[in-house]
Structures are given as C-alpha cells and as structure tokens.
Design a protein around this ligand. Structure first.
Ligand SMILES: Cc1ncc(COP(=O)(O)O)c(C=O)c1O
Length: 390
C-alpha cells in the first residue's frame, strides 16, 4: 500500500528496482568496474543499423505499422520459429512487441485475473514478479535446488498447484542464474500444465546464448502445448539491439486477438523503425550472433577462473547459458545481506554488481555478475574485488 493517495495500490506495493538503484549509486563512483547490467555492451551490427537507416530514408517509418507488426517481419519470424525453435507458427500467430518485456506484460494481462496464482522459480528475473503483481496476480515462488545446479523442483511445483493456479512463468536460459532448463524439465512442466489447465508463459530472451552441452528448448514446440503456451522472444540480446525495443510473442491463433487487446493500450505497435531493423537482422547473415556467443563463452570462462581464485568468498555454479552468473557469498556463514555487501563493494571497492535479494527470497546472500562485458572489464573488477575482499 502506498502512503501517497495519488498512487495505486498496485504500483505502491512494488519496491524499488535494485538494478536501477545500483546504476544510480554507480554514477557516484569514479571509474567504476561495472558488472551490474544484463545489457550487451557491443554495438548493434552494421547491417542492422543500415536496415533502420534505409527504412527512414525511404519514408517508411513515420506512421504506425499494423498493431501485430509488419507482415514481412511476422513472416520472417514464423520461419525462424520453425527452424530454430521447432515451433510451427503461422505469421498471424505472432505479435511484434516492444521488447520481450511488453510481450510478457501483454501476455500476463491477457491471462491473469486478480487473485490468480502464478508459479515462478526463485531466484528469477525480478521484472517477472513485478509483472504478475501489477496484473493483480499472486506470485508463488518455488526455490530452485542450488546444490543440484539450480535444478527446477518438479515435485514442489506439482504440490504448489491449487484451484487458483493459472500459469507458470520462467526464463530459460535464466536471468540471474544462467541455468538452461533442459527438455526433460520442461516436458515435466508441460505435463503439470496439461493436467491442470495452466498457461505456460516463457521468456526466451537468451535463447541463442547457451554453452557446452546445453541446448535451448522451447516448450511451445510440444504440439500438445500449443493452446497452453505463450512464448516471448526479443532482438535485444541476440543482436545487441537493447535500445531498439523490439521483440515478439507467439501464441495460438484464438488467443492472439485477446493478447492484442492488452498490447494495444501499452504500445499500439512496436517502434516501426526498429521493426525494419529487426527484419534486416533476420534476413542478414547470422555470424554476428555466433561472434557474440563466442565472446560470452570466453568471458564466462574468464569470470569462472577469476572466481576460482576467490573461493574463500564465493561459491558458484557455472552458467550453461545467458551472460549472467549468480555466485553465493560464503563469508559470514553464508548469511550475508546482499544489499549491504553490494553497496560496500561499490562504494569502497569500486565494483558495481547486483544484490541477489532482488531476484527473490532465495537470492539473498548471492550477487549477480554480468559477463556481457570486455575481458578487461572483468580483470579490472576482479583485481579490485581481490584487493578489497581477500
Ligand atoms: C530474462 C530477461 N527478459 C527480458 C529482458 C528484457 O528484454 P527486452 O529488452 O527485449 O524487453 C531482460 C533484460 O535484461 C532479461 O534479462
């Protein structure tokens, strides 16, 4: 409840974002080593920028597109969903959204009624929890089993289902843990969803960034799940297009007009110039994506090596995907207040990280580190952490 009469209860009960708070504080620190943001630091590839520039020069970007997006882009996405995600999608089942975030918001607003319960893992991407709360839903947080590589607890999920449960919502690869929920896990979730008439809403923002033996699996590719899944994707991470604000969702045909009713009041349509850039991204060569993946694999390995040298302070699970990891702070008997720890590390050690408590109750005593930065930035951050913490 907010103390300000002008503010809705819905928004008033949402706390400040720890990520934005760390960004604000980081500005007060000179020459900070910055590992706080899950945002690609590379520039957008040239051919994608050109796609936007050409569309502007041809006068194609001043108006709205159809609310579901440019038909040519919907068609390219249908191809990509088939080839990469094994999702059989027709272009009319796709809505182009303002990043994955607006797609998730529209999906949640279209499916969750006040009081509905939504199952999420903890730790998880904090925005998902906020989106459920804004819709009036009740987040039901199921702890991942950290000792077993942040494994999804299927039995606990099954037991958490009540007559009010409406949906399961998660990202794979995960922000913040970097866990890739494998096909077997997601098939077990699909079984629970089908047995209980639940929607599954996925956030597949990091779908292209998986390492080692891990494989990205889309639950929407299971034919029986067609009516029960809304799958959300983005250009933000895959093509370093954060500021373009363009993503998309896929849902079964009869649900699309309902989701559209939530999409229109938030966005009318996704930015048209960005939709042309997205078209260039899909039609152009995909080497840039391989290059980004290669870079994140190198920086992941480097971060793990540097963490190995600090084993008296941190224990970690090697992330199988994304460009994030979630080490546990093992000093103070593993009961460290992550906000205090991160603020001190920032102010006294000049390294910006994100406190784990921002990602759900079981995130406490952890910190999130991003490796979507240069190798130099990782060395700078870890040199300072070694000097400050060892
Ligand atoms: C899991 C996850 N989903 C979505 C987003 C944001 O995606 P977009 O820029 O496409 O809205 C992020 C950004 O950090 C993220 O980590």
């Amino acid at each position: 409840m907010s103390s300000d009469w002008r503010v809705s209860d819905r928004v008033g009960k949402i706390g400040k974002s720890a990520i934005h708070e760390m960004t604000r504080l980081s500005k007060q620190v000179e020459d900070v080593a910055f590992l706080s943001w899950a945002k690609p630091t590379s520039d957008t590839p040239e051919h994608i920028k050109q796609g936007a520039i050409e569309a502007i020069e041809k006068g194609l970007t001043a108006g709205y597109s159809p609310t579901g997006g440019l038909p040519a882009l919907q068609q390219e996405i249908a191809k990509k969903l088939k080839e990469f995600n094994s999702i059989e999608a027709s272009p009319s089942e796709i809505i182009i959204t303002v990043g994955a975030i607006e797609g998730l918001s529209a999906a949640i607003m279209a499916t969750i009624d006040p009081g509905d319960e939504v199952i999420l893992p903890t730790p998880t991407y904090s925005t998902h929890i906020r989106q459920v709360v804004i819709a009036g839903g009740k987040p039901i947080l199921i702890p991942l089993i950290e000792e077993d590589g942040f494994r999804w607890d299927i039995e606990a999920t099954r037991k958490a289902v009540t007559p009010r449960t409406k949906a399961i919502l998660y990202c794979s690869p995960s922000n913040p843990t970097g866990t890739v929920f494998d096909e077997r896990t997601q098939r077990a979730l699909a079984k629970i969803a089908l047995e209980n008439n639940l929607m599954v809403i996925t956030d597949e923002a990091y779908e292209f960034f998986v390492f080692d033996e891990n494989k990205h699996f889309s639950i929407g590719s299971i034919p029986e799940m067609k009516k029960n899944t809304i799958s959300c994707f983005t250009f933000t991470k895959t093509y370093a297009m954060t500021g373009y604000r363009v993503g998309y969702l896929h849902a079964e045909e009869s649900l699309v007009p309902q989701i559209m009713k939530a999409h229109i009041p938030f966005a009318i349509c996704a930015p048209v110039v960005s939709q042309y850039a997205a078209l260039a991204a899909l039609r152009g060569g995909q080497d840039c994506v391989d290059d980004f993946r290669e870079h994140y694999l190198t920086t992941r390995n480097l971060m793990c090596e540097r963490l190995d040298r600090m084993s008296s302070v941190f224990e970690y699970i090697k992330p199988g995907g994304s460009y994030l990891m979630f080490p546990k702070i093992v000093i103070e008997g593993g009961k460290t207040d992550s906000s205090t720890f991160c603020k001190k590390l920032l102010m006294e050690g000049r390294v910006s990280t994100t406190p784990g408590v921002a990602f759900g109750p079981t995130g406490e005593s952890h910190l999130r580190l991003s490796f979507c930065v240069s190798e130099d930035e990782i060395h700078k951050a870890f040199d300072r952490m070694e000097a400050y913490l060892l």
